[in-house]
Design a protein around this ligand. Structure first.
Ligand SMILES: [Fe+2]
Ligand SMILES: [Fe+2]
Length: 283
């Protein structure tokens, strides 16, 4: 199958559409939490940010879908928008149910260039998901929250994995359709967008630190679930979880490559360091 061909488009769109799951966030098996679990949930400072990100995602993806001429691609992107909206709903249900401190902030205007907004969003998702895989695994293993909640979040993670696989295939397909399918061009384009996404991520972290009045979540609260957390372990979990989740997809589809390659390079670098040096690099 040639990347950028009609067959490629058919494959990545069908794969996405056929694996869509129907469920209603209201009727998921939300567990009853004891006081200690509720307290831990309430110490997590980023629910508001996550809710905002998902609401913004739904708005960008659905608006972009309307501009797509190809009916199959439009159907798939619109379905992704539906899933993003449902992520926001799922978080709202959770916030209400467990009395978490998070409010809906007004959404900022998307701007007229929806193609760029969707592309920026897609690269951002590739980064967020890769890091999220590691955080999720570590939090789950340390039983930071009851297992029932992780089962619910797992559905969300599976959807994000489908989104980023769809996105990198869509990106390559539409670049090839514009006559820009060469590997060197794709590498250049993705370096450009990853650079932008990393700058945005750093901006969000800085803004979060400011909003928390300089109190760093990772330094104060995270020890609850980050027992034994080292930079090396975090990267290892991100890398391994990414590989495990990506193994569920057909091998002829493209997958995000930038962060797994970077992680592999970092891990081989860390292995050259003595064990004490890496545990000293606690995050
Ligand atoms: Fe989402
Ligand atoms: Fe997503």
């Amino acid at each position: 199958m040639r990347i950028g061909s009609a067959e490629h488009k058919e494959r990545f769109c069908r794969q996405f559409i056929d694996t869509h799951q129907r469920f209603d966030p209201e009727t998921l098996p939300w567990p009853v939490l004891d006081d200690a679990s509720l307290e831990r949930m309430r110490t997590v400072p980023f629910w508001q940010e996550v809710l905002h990100t998902e609401r913004r995602a739904g708005a960008i993806v659905r608006a972009f879908a309307e501009t797509i001429a190809d009916p199959l691609v439009r159907e798939a992107v619109d379905l992704q928008g539906v899933e993003e909206e449902r992520h926001a709903q799922l978080l709202s249900v959770m916030i209400r149910r467990y009395g978490l401190a998070a409010e809906e902030r007004p959404l900022e205007a998307i701007g007229p260039d929806l193609h760029t907004a969707f592309t920026d969003f897609g690269y951002g998702e590739c980064i967020d998901s890769f890091l999220g895989f590691g955080v999720f695994k570590i939090a789950r293993e340390s039983a930071f929250l009851p297992a029932g909640l992780f089962t619910i979040f797992d559905t969300l993670m599976l959807e994000e994995t489908r989104h980023i696989v769809f996105f990198v295939n869509w990106m390559a397909w539409q670049e090839a359709a514009r006559g820009r399918g060469a590997a060197w061009w794709r590498a250049l384009v993705s370096a450009h967008y990853y650079g932008r996404a990393i700058r945005r991520l750093v901006g969000t972290i800085r803004a979060g630190q400011k909003a928390n009045d300089g109190k760093d979540f990772s330094a104060t609260q995270a020890s609850v679930f980050l027992d034994g957390f080292t930079f090396r372990r975090f990267i290892e979990e991100c890398y391994a979880e990414n590989a495990r989740r990506m193994a569920d997809f057909e091998t002829d589809l493209l997958r995000p490559r930038f962060l797994p390659s970077l992680a592999r390079a970092a891990l081989s670098g860390l292995r050259l360091l003595p064990a004490g040096a890496t545990s000293a690099a606690k995050s």
